[in-house]
Design a protein around this ligand. Structure first.
Ligand code: FES
Length: 183
């Protein structure tokens, strides 16, 4: 993992917005996650040095927040909510079906896919919710799993699943039942 001057400049610009370096921790970690896709020891030590904290503090955030990763992920990262509201809306079956269709075991990476069950995605009244990279899909039914995988393949081919920067993260979800998502 190579830390280039572009990353240095971007980190310095973010840190300069805060009265204390460590207050920029989440933003700096987003930046590193977006650039490399995961954190290795070099990235952990780099973030710690920039923020004036210990590597163990960076590791603590890394292991707590699911948006950061310690392993390389597939280009299409599928997170299926398994918390109560989504589970009642069929998310466990949905996740199992998506895993079967993509050939990617749950919790693992295969080819372009990483798939995992996650806890609440914060859109409980519109389950089942699935986040794919930076896009949230709501009201996805287990019986539509095949159609859903086809849809995300098409979005990927069209470049519509490319990561967006932390400051441009979209609000709300895409209703999978709306005409534009049923394809
Ligand atoms: S329970 Fe799934 S988004 Fe909250």
């Amino acid at each position: 993992m190579e830390i280039d001057s572009q990353l240095e400049i971007a980190c310095d610009e973010i840190i300069a917005r805060y009265p204390q370096k460590r207050s920029a921790a989440m933003m700096i970690m987003h930046l590193i996650q977006e650039k490399f896709g995961y954190f290795d020891d070099t990235a952990i030590c780099y973030a710690a040095k920039k923020l004036g904290i210990e590597p163990v503090d960076v590791y603590g955030m890394l292991s707590f927040y699911p948006m950061y990763s310690q392993k390389p992920r597939g280009r299409i990262h599928i997170k299926v909510c398994r918390t109560l509201s989504c589970a009642l809306a069929g998310s466990i079956k949905l996740g199992t079906e998506i895993s079967r269709i993509t050939g990617c075991p749950m919790g693992e990476t295969r080819g372009i896919y990483t798939i995992e069950f996650v806890e609440c995605l914060g859109n409980c009244s519109h389950g089942a919710n699935v986040q794919v990279n930076d896009r949230l899909f709501e009201k996805v039914a287990a019986e539509d799993a095949e159609k859903f995988v086809e849809k995300i393949k098409k979005l990927d081919a069209d470049g519509e699943l490319a990561p967006v920067s932390a400051s441009e993260k979209p609000q709300g979800g895409d209703d999978f039942n709306s005409p534009s998502y049923m394809g």
